[in-house]
Design a binder for this molecule. Structure first.
Ligand SMILES: Cc1cc2nc3c(=O)[nH]c(=O)nc-3n(C[C@H](O)[C@H](O)[C@H](O)COP(=O)(O)OP(=O)(O)OC[C@H]3O[C@@H](n4cnc5c(N)ncnc54)[C@H](O)[C@@H]3O)c2cc1C
Length: 320
């Protein structure tokens, strides 16, 4: 890549040499589930964990880093992302069965959750079926403690492999990751590079049938083919409300509400949709409008589950 192609914001000479790939001035909207957002100054795809570790250790300390998974729970703002976006690819996408304990699998953070569920089912491993309905990567599932149907990643995670902000590679036991409802306590500056998951032996056909059941249910209850970002808001804690976020949004009259090209999904009102020409700003403003209306109608303050990253365009007003 000629250095002349580099965006204004970063001096390419300050980036450490890597075996992976730097791309400059990269449009992020085509990569994103919402299909919105500006450009990244630089996208770095490390070749493998050692390459990532070298980058983290040698990069300028003030260089901003943003980690993207499959972007299925992420809103990239219209002004794009300054600094370096890390995206894990092929060097982090293996699913391997443990040679000594056949209930254990090792998976790379770039693997899609669905792929892991399907591979586990082929091996006759139960307990990971819920992953078939989560459209993210394993890295995102670890960060968000992804879950569905009463199960979450914390239930099956033996340990996670992490490259920390200084470039140290480490394995952290699952119980030390601080998993909670849709989050974990690992520093947001650390990169998950993989994990070990435990299933239980079962009949492969039975596991597949349960997965198919989940897929069928999803089709009916969620806008899974739409330009969306998954659950927009966290469910309130029981002391805040006995209702789920979608029920509060429904009660506030927001089902189907639109702003610019953004819409609250008529099918599942905790999902926001890009109906075709939405900007990130439309989606974020609609989300804020929903929060305001829910607060007015029920007194409950909803909190964003979707991670919002990057910068607004200068004209688009306030930033949260
Ligand atoms: C149709 C639909 C249905 C969904 N259903 C569910 C569901 O049932 N249950 C559920 O839990 N979620 C659901 N989601 C939300 C989403 O799929 C999950 O949160 C998923 O775990 C996000 O993974 P991702 O790879 O897309 O992460 P991203 O959206 O790319 O990122 C989310 C966060 O994880 C961080 N991250 C990503 N990869 C890494 C990494 N390697 N290391 C460190 N940090 C990382 C990012 O920095 C960001 O903070 C749904 C989303 C959609 C669009």
């Amino acid at each position: 890549m000629p250095l002349s192609a580099l965006a204004n914001f970063i001096d390419a000479a300050t980036l450490p040499p890597v075996r992976g790939r730097y791309q400059f001035d990269v449009p992020l909207a085509p990569l994103s589930w919402f299909r919105v957002g500006g450009k990244a100054d630089v996208v770095f795809k490390p070749a493998d964990p050692l390459d990532l570790a070298q980058f983290m250790a040698e990069r300028p300390p003030d260089l901003p880093i943003t980690i993207l998974g499959a972007t299925s729970n992420l809103l990239i703002r219209d002004g794009g992302i300054r600094g370096v976006v890390i995206r894990l690819g092929r060097g982090f996408a293996e699913v391997v069965r443990d040679g000594r304990d056949e209930t254990i699998i090792t998976v790379g953070a770039a693997c899609l959750d669905r792929t892991v569920a399907q591979q586990a089912a082929e091996w006759g491993l139960a307990g990971m079926e819920f992953l078939v309905g989560v459209p993210g990567s394993i890295g995102g599932a670890l960060r968000m403690n992804a879950g569905a149907y009463g199960q979450e990643l914390a239930d099956i995670c033996i340990s996670a492999e992490i490259c920390d902000n200084q470039g140290n590679l480490m394995s952290v036991p699952g119980e030390q990751l601080g998993f909670g409802y849709r989050h974990c306590l690992v520093s947001p500056r650390d990169v998950f590079i993989g994990c070990r998951l435990r299933g239980r032996l079962d009949d492969s056909a039975a596991v597949m049938a349960r997965m198919q059941n989940i897929v069928d249910q999803r089709e009916q209850t969620q806008p899974i083919r739409a330009r969306t970002g998954g659950s927009t808001f966290r469910n309130p804690t029981p002391d805040q409300s006995s209702l789920k976020a979608w029920q509060l949004i429904d009660q506030a009259g927001c089902r189907g509400l639109t702003l610019g090209g953004a819409q609250v999904s008529p099918l599942h009102c905790n999902f926001l949709l890009n109906t075709g020409n939405a900007t990130a700003s439309d989606l974020e403003q609609l989300g804020e409008l929903v929060r305001q209306r829910v607060l007015e109608s029920s007194g409950v303050q909803l909190h964003w589950e979707i991670k919002r990253v990057g910068e607004n365009l200068p004209a688009s007003g306030s930033q949260s």
